[in-house]
Design a binder for this molecule. Structure first.
Ligand code: HEM
Length: 181
């Protein structure tokens, strides 16, 4: 039986699942919107969604990092082998780095390229960066490399979660699921 101390607190769970759903939407939308021949109006709608939802993701990630800093995660069960602890810590660390890098590089790519981010423009939040093709291109490459790394790490992360939740049934999945409770 799991005690309250073995599980993430409700705000950590909600933030985890909200960010998860949004990131899982941002990745395919990102890859789709840069394809040739999908039609101008679909492409515009996907770009609009991607850039503006990216701002929401950035704010949620900031909240998540601040919350985690004040509320460290519950300890893993002592039964977990040490190699699994190391892989888990490395995967989680890299996933955090990537969910910070993706909105940042996306922002720099768009603003240094001189493009709008409609929600920020409406709120009167101007660009924090000067226009620079070189900076925009560097950010574009980083955003692309980050997306590929994110796909690999998400596959690892989701695979491990499903293995714990469905095959081993060792209570690791119950630390984060369900979001309420
Ligand atoms: C967690 C957040 C994000 C994820 C997971 C994500 C993911 C992706 C992916 C998978 C692509 C396709 C990569 C490619 O083929 O080049 C992409 C492209 C793009 N993303 Fe994001 N993105 C995120 C946040 C943002 C934000 C906040 C912005 C801007 C405000 C943004 C702007 C763009 C732009 C402009 C492109 C097209 C790049 C180009 O070809 O010029 N992204 N994104």
């Amino acid at each position: 039986m799991q005690s309250q101390q073995d599980r993430y607190k409700a705000p950590a769970r909600w933030l985890h699942w909200l960010v998860a759903v949004l990131v899982l939407a941002m990745v395919p939308v990102g890859f789709l919107m840069v394809q040739q021949g999908i039609g101008r109006s679909l492409q515009n709608a996907l770009f609009l969604f991607h850039k503006n939802m990216g701002v929401v993701v950035a704010l949620l990630v900031l909240l998540r990092v601040l919350y985690r800093w004040r509320n460290p995660p519950p300890p893993l069960p002592a039964s977990l082998p040490s190699w699994q602890r190391r892989v888990s810590a490395a995967t989680h660390g890299l996933l955090y780095a990537l969910i910070v890098l993706m909105p940042l590089s996306g922002y720099v790519r768009v603003r240094a390229g001189g493009f709008p981010i409609e929600v920020l423009d409406r709120l009167g939040v101007g660009s924090l960066l000067p226009r620079s093709e070189a900076l925009a291109n560097t950010a574009k490459s980083l955003h692309y490399a980050g997306a590929l790394a994110l796909v690999v790490l998400l596959a690892l992360h989701i695979g491990a979660a499903l293995q714990h939740g469905l095959i081993k049934r060792d209570g690791i999945m119950g630390r984060m699921w369900p979001p309420h409770r």
